[in-house]
Design a protein around this ligand. Structure first.
Ligand code: 6PG
Length: 250
């Protein structure tokens, strides 16, 4: 493991090893908390192997499903059953098989109510605050045990895109994003940086040669959303060999 200020980069062989390492970290974070656990999931393709792994008997029996709650860090503003819906994908891959329905907390995206991403964001803001039991985040009491993240080709993370005013939001926990910078070009809802930061661990999963260029920029310290996303606790980047920048290679 290589350290760079409060961020740790862990290299793994390939996507399968990355999913195994992520599952191990997720289960370890759950085990550390004897009470109610909150995990914030992410969208994109990177976490899919992890989600599938969580349904295997070896992982499944280590998770006390009754007391683990599942949230999502950002959502594409499409109906819940649309294949692009991030929570919909997580439900299909593992949550619907494993978690009690009342422990699954999707961002509402139905077009009737709420009618727009800002409304969906406001509803989720309220849901997170009700779950947390306060309107302000206390640095000594993180909202989440673990927050999963990915990075896009432009350096976005969650639905926080370069240059978007949402990056500087300090009051609202969740905001609507009218325009995405990358595909799919649908409006988004995203948790803001302070909300995502309120966790014991933020865990990025990054794999594949097409991620090497953006990782080189992120690790060089460029001002990109993925660089500004840091946990108040530990921030870990799991990176596979194909994605690892040249200067991080042994
Ligand atoms: C989304 C995501 C997004 C994602 C990155 C990486 O809704 O698109 O939450 O932030 O994590 O774009 O995506 P991949 O894992 O597909 O590379």
């Amino acid at each position: 493991m290589m350290s760079n200020d409060n961020r740790h980069v862990m290299s793994v062989a390939d996507p399968a090893a990355m999913a195994a390492a992520a599952a191990e970290r997720l289960i370890a974070r759950i085990s550390e908390n004897p009470g109610r656990v909150a995990i914030c999931l992410t969208g994109g393709s990177s976490p899919k192997q992890l989600y599938q792994l969580l349904t295997t008997e070896a992982c499944r029996r280590k998770i006390p499903w009754e007391r683990v709650h599942w949230f999502i860090g950002d959502e594409r503003f499409v109906p819940a059953d649309d294949p692009l819906n991030n929570m919909g994908v997580a439900r299909k891959l593992f949550l619907d098989q494993c978690a009690p329905a009342t422990n699954i907390h999707p961002i509402p995206t139905s077009t009737a109510d709420p009618a727009d991403p800002d409304r969906g964001a406001a509803l989720y803001d309220g849901e997170l605050k009700a779950f947390y039991g306060a309107d302000a985040l206390d640095p000594d009491r993180p909202l989440f045990d673990l927050v999963l993240m990915g990075v896009g080709p432009d350096g976005h993370t969650a639905s926080l895109f370069p240059g978007d005013p949402a990056l500087d939001e300090t009051q609202r926990w969740v905001v609507g994003v009218p325009k995405a910078n990358v595909e799919p070009f649908v409006p988004r809802v995203t948790l803001t940086l302070p909300t995502l930061a309120s966790c014991r661990e933020m865990l990025f999963e990054v794999a594949g040669a097409d991620k090497r260029a953006i990782l080189t920029r992120v690790f060089a310290g460029e001002n990109l959303p993925a660089n500004r996303a840091r946990s108040t606790g530990e921030t870990v980047w799991l990176v596979d060999q194909a994605a690892l920048p040249e200067n991080f290679r042994g």
